[in-house]
Design a protein around this ligand. Structure first.
Ligand code: AMP
Ligand code: ZN
Length: 144
């Protein structure tokens, strides 16, 4: 619990929220400024800033509930699609520094969209990035 954290305060019941599900590990509530009706935030009770600090077990616990929550959002809103969005760090759009997963229901032509400015690699760059990532991921001393 971080007294300065809005989501910790929501979890503690100090700030009101429109909860739709909770268990021993997570709380899910309506985003106060939704991108679409039914936009949910799924938040682990433990105060962790980003995905990078979560244990595998904490991630598994949250992820296990996502399909059920997402299907409920789809059924209730009538949406035909749904984005799971998870922002880490200010540069990635994270505003609330308590890790959370957005469930955003989508319909055709809802105008939401995300800027997806796809690019391409210059010659040799993809191979360089791949080689470095494979080395990084095979380095057993890197556990976290
Ligand atoms: P992010 O940009 O990924 O950090 O998203 C934070 C989200 O938290 C935004 O979509 C906000 O609308 C939402 N939010 C902030 N404060 C509250 C609150 N008190 N209750 C519900 N949602 C909130
Ligand atoms: Zn918190």
């Amino acid at each position: 619990m971080s007294a300065a954290c809005v989501f910790c305060r929501i979890i503690a019941g100090e700030i009101p929220s429109m909860r739709v599900y909770e268990d021993a590990s997570i709380v899910a509530f309506l985003d106060i400024a939704p991108l679409a009706p039914g936009h949910l935030l799924v938040v682990p009770r433990v105060h962790v800033t980003t995905l990078f600090e979560m244990t595998e077990s904490q991630v598994s616990t949250v992820a296990a509930q996502l399909p059920r929550l997402a299907k409920a959002v789809l059924r209730v809103t009538g949406a035909s699609g749904l984005n799971v969005l998870q922002n880490n760090g200010r540069s990635a759009g994270q505003v609330v520094e308590h890790v959370h997963f957005h469930l955003i229901p989508r319909v055709e032509s809802d105008g939401l969209g995300f800027r997806w400015n796809a690019g391409s690699y210059p010659p040799g760059r993809a191979e360089d990035v791949q080689r470095r990532l494979v080395a990084e991921l095979s380095d057993r001393s890197q556990t976290g």
